[in-house]
Design a protein. Structure first.
Length: 378
């Protein structure tokens, strides 16, 4: 099998697994146990991981709240702000190409009285900054824009967005699940107030993520989703997943040291794959080529149904969109928002590469795709 679906999930780095293993067995303590060494050891591991996550995104450790993943972090941020800032307003601004974790949560909040503006994007997948500015009102409590899109890899101008949001006196939230660990994400220079991330997108384990919550300039306060015990500064009660947290911390430490070199090599492979597929003819790139992650290309194969092509490539793992919506038999909401026709959206395949992708795998993939396209068209 050749795996080219790294935006869906990544294999756990062996160094991450090695760091986690002791916390399943001899170091099995509860990090909230304050009366003995088993608890102290677990707590120390958690705090080391908190430092590592913070270092990767340039946050201080006590701004990091551990969650079960990015979806929970997004829910905590959106619902937590909406509930806590109702005295200021009930308006939220987001983007039509956000992950379903954001869109579905916003739709839920609308049933609770929230007013939500869903900004459109252009053909490249980018928002209009003037439109963003004009959409923010006196009652806007939160603006939520993802860093990099999971389907196209398109990167929004985060720093410029943050400046507009802060000038208008609102909080800026960013779903950076696909960006953290692949490119530089700096909550200070980017001006981000709330940020979600997940370990399994950067060679860590599934079921663990975190939410960055800014503590000053501005200080962001949230209402918790989960009560019971006051863990994680009272924002996320429940016994901590120590092995998972250790894995997330180790993944962040590795990413900080290696992501630049990885990105350079992966980008070269992505370019090779993309260019040779474009050479086939009637193949088109969806989204900005200039502003995107180094590991992703989303391509439409005109006249060919993506599902049919994927079905004929059983040894190659790719996707026709987000893993979270792959069970839904309708065109990608991201591509539709970019005004790509249903026909072309149904013809699109996302190729997402990772640090274990090899040149040989790309060459094999190219050969098999060209062969199957020839058969389909003959």
């Amino acid at each position: 099998m050749i795996y080219l679906d790294y935006n869906s999930t990544t294999p756990v780095d062996s160094r991450v697994l090695e760091a986690m293993l002791p916390y399943f067995t001899e170091k099995f303590g509860n990090a909230a146990s304050k009366t003995h060494s088993f608890g102290w050891v677990a707590e120390a591991a958690v705090e080391q991981a908190r430092e590592r996550v913070g270092k990767l995104i340039n946050a201080i450790p006590n701004e990091i709240i551990f969650t079960s993943g990015a979806t929970e972090a997004i829910n905590l941020a959106l619902k937590g702000v909406f509930e806590n800032y109702q005295s200021k307003g009930n308006h939220i601004v987001t983007v039509s190409t956000e992950h379903k974790a954001v869109l579905d949560t916003c739709q839920y909040l609308e049933t609770k009285g929230a007013q939500v503006t869903y900004l459109p994007v252009n053909r490249e997948g980018l928002i209009d900054l003037n439109q963003l500015s004009n959409s923010i009102t006196q009652s806007t409590i939160l603006v939520c824009v993802m860093y990099a899109n999971n389907e196209t890899g398109v990167i929004q101008p985060i720093n410029e967005i943050a400046k507009i949001v802060h000038e208008k006196g609102s909080i800026f939230m960013c779903d950076a699940t696909q960006a953290v660990g692949k490119i530089k994400v700096d909550v200070e220079s980017d001006g981000i107030d709330l940020l979600s991330l997940s370990a399994h997108k950067m060679y860590g384990p599934k079921g663990i993520g975190s939410l960055f919550v800014r503590r000053k300039n501005p200080r962001v306060t949230l209402s918790p989703l989960i009560h019971g015990g006051g863990h994680e500064r009272g924002l996320r009660s429940g016994t901590l997943n120590v092995p998972g947290i250790v894995g997330l911390g180790k993944a962040c430490e590795i990413a900080e040291k290696e992501m630049w070199d990885d990105a350079t090599r992966i980008s070269q492979l992505r370019t090779m794959l993309e260019q040779k597929l474009l050479d086939i003819g009637n193949v088109f790139v969806n989204g900005s080529i200039k502003n995107r992650l180094p590991n992703v290309t989303n391509l439409s194969f005109s006249g060919i149904k993506a599902d049919s092509l994927i079905a004929q490539l059983p040894d190659i793992a790719v996707s026709s969109g987000s893993a979270c919506t792959s069970a839904i038999a309708e065109p990608s909401h991201v591509l539709k928002a970019m005004e790509i026709s249903d026909e072309m959206a149904y013809s699109s395949i996302r190729f997402s590469l990772g640090k274990f992708t090899t040149k040989e795998e790309i060459e094999i993939t190219l050969g098999k795709i060209k062969e199957k396209i020839k058969e389909i068209k003959s």
